[in-house]
Design a protein around this ligand. Structure first.
Ligand code: SF4
Ligand code: SF4
Length: 316
């Protein structure tokens, strides 16, 4: 047990209904309180610790706000570390933003994450036009990975290197930073300040966490909520649970499992998500707001519903 907050579990069980791995397996060891028990016994390498998706859903309902997911990100089980330089070669183009010039002036600054660049560039295009029509002059970062995929692969050293480069690059920019990915939001807002606590980058990470927003949150500050069409379902990513949402629509709250990288290769979707989709009314499209969810839903769902980023419905 690495942080004292982790010993605050009162075993109330409130977290059970939101934990995707417990819901899928019905095994106490695969629940948040089961994992806290394992950690309290020093069993950090137990398979149930490794199977945690680090989705953070338990943290949003826990009355004691126990930061289990945060802690598991901070101190992952002992996986072999691949040198950061090798990751940089594999992920060329995403991991060296500090070498680029800062973006031209303009607000808000759109974070061009892996998903925004490679998976849903149509959403980014739509967003640019939408913001311009609202009177904004948006700017963009270069393609940039927040580093969370590396952390999901237990590559803490590589994650730290990427996060540090991102921080130094983003420190050259000003104003609100908007992301189309809930996992980027979670990483920049919650993990960076945690990882850089008590380091010389602490202030930069705190400043950044205060100016990063999911795009729906940003739009809700400047105009009324965005409503999705009635025949479009809104799959709420786990990393947006507990956050203010700027989008309204038929909500579907069930984890897709994508936070565990190996699940992206599996063609089945988690039981509860499948159940919810089968029970729900027929949908033309399923909109989401996270790169991992988008990938997983695309891989496991046969259209209809078509999988899209919710921003693609802006102005529809
Ligand atoms: S909700 Fe929090 S306090 Fe209650 S069992 Fe889960 S982890 Fe423990
Ligand atoms: S982070 Fe997610 S998967 Fe892990 S214990 Fe909490 S709710 Fe379950």
């Amino acid at each position: 047990m690495t942080r004292p907050e982790l010993s605050l579990c009162s075993r109330c069980g409130r977290c059970l209904s939101v934990c995707p791995t417990y819901r899928e397996t019905a095994l106490e060891t695969h629940s948040p309180r089961g994992r806290l028990f394992l950690l309290s016994r020093g069993l950090k390498d137990h398979p149930a610790i490794k199977s945690c998706l680090r989705c953070g859903s338990c943290e949003t309902v826990c009355p004691n706000r126990i930061p289990l997911a945060e802690n598991l990100c901070l101190e992952p089980p002992g996986f072999p570390q691949i040198p950061p330089l090798i990751w940089e070669k594999i992920l060329t183009g995403f991991l060296s933003p500090e070498k680029r010039d800062p973006p031209s002036a303009g607000e808000p600054l759109i974070l061009l994450s892996c998903g925004a660049t490679k998976l849903y560039p149509r959403a980014v295009k739509k967003l640019r036009i939408y913001l311009k029509n609202l009177g904004f002059n948006p700017a963009e970062t270069p393609p940039l990975c927040c580093g969370l995929p590396l952390l999901s692969l237990e590559q803490k050293r590589a994650f730290l290197r990427v996060a540090e480069k991102n921080l130094l690059y983003l420190a050259k920019t000003k104003g609100p930073l908007v992301t189309l990915c809930a996992s980027c939001l979670w990483t920049l807002r919650r993990l960076y300040p945690l990882f850089f606590r008590d380091t010389e980058l602490e202030d930069l990470s705190k400043d950044l966490s205060l100016r990063v927003y999911e795009i729906g949150q940003f739009l809700s500050f400047i105009k009324e909520r965005v409503f999705l069409p009635a025949e479009v379902g809104f799959h709420v990513p786990c990393h947006l649970r507990g956050e203010a949402l700027g989008v309204s629509g038929a909500r579907l709250e069930a984890c897709c499992g994508s936070a565990q990288p190996k699940s992206l290769w599996q063609k089945e979707m988690p039981f509860f998500l499948r159940e919810k989709l089968l029970k729900g009314r027929a949908l033309r499209a399923l909109a989401t707001a996270c790169t991992g969810c988008y990938l997983k839903l695309k891989r496991t769902l046969k259209a209809p519903p078509e999988v899209k980023h919710w921003v693609e419905f802006l102005g529809v």
